[in-house]
Design a protein around this ligand. Structure first.
Ligand SMILES: N[C@@H](CCC(=O)N[C@@H](CS)C(=O)NCC(=O)O)C(=O)O
Length: 314
């Protein structure tokens, strides 16, 4: 199989989730560092417009969103499992809560002035300003909570998580890790990156022990790669044949021109020809001037798909 190429940047929590999964599964991967803010021309050449971080490239196949990347890595390397049978569906449900509610509480909480000053220490003011403007556009009209609300909500969530370890279990859903652990981990990881505000974690000793257990999985083995080389790799490769069952709910068929986009943040449309419409996954084929023929994969949930009009819009 072609190399696993993770497109990410060091300070990205969702990337940390995937890096830790790669470590848990003992996988080797290539590391492309992408820009933290727009413009991202090499990202867009591969994804067709999706700008979020991270995404995984395997030859000419592009996997968007950490939830789908987890599914893909688990099918590629099934042991140790991200979805252990004993954890059941609750692992996925908890992961979805952590990737949305917990993340969007922990990150803005951490980005309060004291946390921001620590995370951006040494960055010129215009860099901080550009980051703030980029993320304002990224979040669009999403509700912004005040710091007292964020603090209050985060305390409740941390208390819930701490409570899950009360019966002595080493991981969130039981005796072995599941995807839920990795999804909760990256939000906590981000809070810990800002020591001036990380004291909110102090009343959670079991969570601290769990964090150390999780951190020990490491990131697997990686080698740096230039984004231009990654585009060349895509160009030289052929997308994997689509084998997933058709599970259409849109009245669309493979071959139809569609537009796919996230429903929450970074809602940039990606246009192409539908090749997979499976229960948990949508994939579209597109041709890029620099990267050639690609198939871009998205999870079903968290995204919307529409038939493209003649101009290729949703
Ligand atoms: N649901 C997505 C969320 C990804 C996400 O929001 N990533 C953040 C970085 S951690 C992002 O894209 N920020 C804007 C950017 O990097 O351009 C996932 O699970 O991958």
């Amino acid at each position: 199989m072609a190399d696993l190429i993770l497109h990410h940047y060091p300070n990205s929590p969702f990337s940390e989730k995937v890096r830790l999964v790669l470590g848990y599964k003992g996988l080797a991967w290539k590391s492309v560092h992408i820009p933290v803010i727009m413009p991202k021309p090499d990202v867009v050449a591969l994804t067709g417009g999706y700008r979020r971080t991270p995404f995984l490239q395997v030859g000419a196949d592009i996997y968007c969103d950490s939830a789908l990347i987890c599914d893909f890595l688990d099918s590629l390397a099934p042991q140790p499992a991200l979805y252990p049978q004993a954890a059941g569906a609750q692992a996925r449900m908890l992961a979805q809560w952590a990737d949305s509610t917990l993340f969007w509480t922990a990150v803005p909480y951490t980005m309060q002035p004291a946390g921001l000053a620590h995370i951006f220490a040494g960055m010129p003011p215009e860099g901080v300003k550009a980051f703030a403007a980029d993320r304002a556009a990224f979040r669009g009209n999403a509700l912004r909570l005040s710091l007292p609300e964020l603090t209050g909500h985060l305390r409740v969530y941390l208390d819930w998580i701490e409570g899950m370890f009360a019966d002595g279990r080493p991981f969130v859903t039981g005796s072995v890790p599941s995807v839920a652990d990795f999804a909760i981990y990256h939000a906590i990881w981000f809070v810990r990156r800002a020591p001036p505000v990380a004291n909110i974690l102090d009343p959670c000793p079991r969570l601290a022990e769990w964090f150390t257990r999780m951190q020990a999985f490491g990131h697997g083995t990686s080698e740096p790669l230039e984004s231009g080389t990654a585009i060349g790799i895509a160009h030289a490769a052929t997308p994997a044949p689509a084998t997933a069952p058709l599970a259409d709910v849109h009245g669309l068929s493979p071959g139809d021109r569609v537009v796919v986009m996230p429903i929450d943040t970074g809602i940039d449309p990606v246009e192409g020809e539908l090749v997979i419409s499976a229960p948990n996954e949508i994939a579209i084929r597109r041709i890029d001037e620099r990267a050639g023929e690609l198939v871009v994969h998205f999870p079903r949930t968290g995204f919307q798909m529409k038939k493209a009009d003649k101009e290729g819009r949703a």
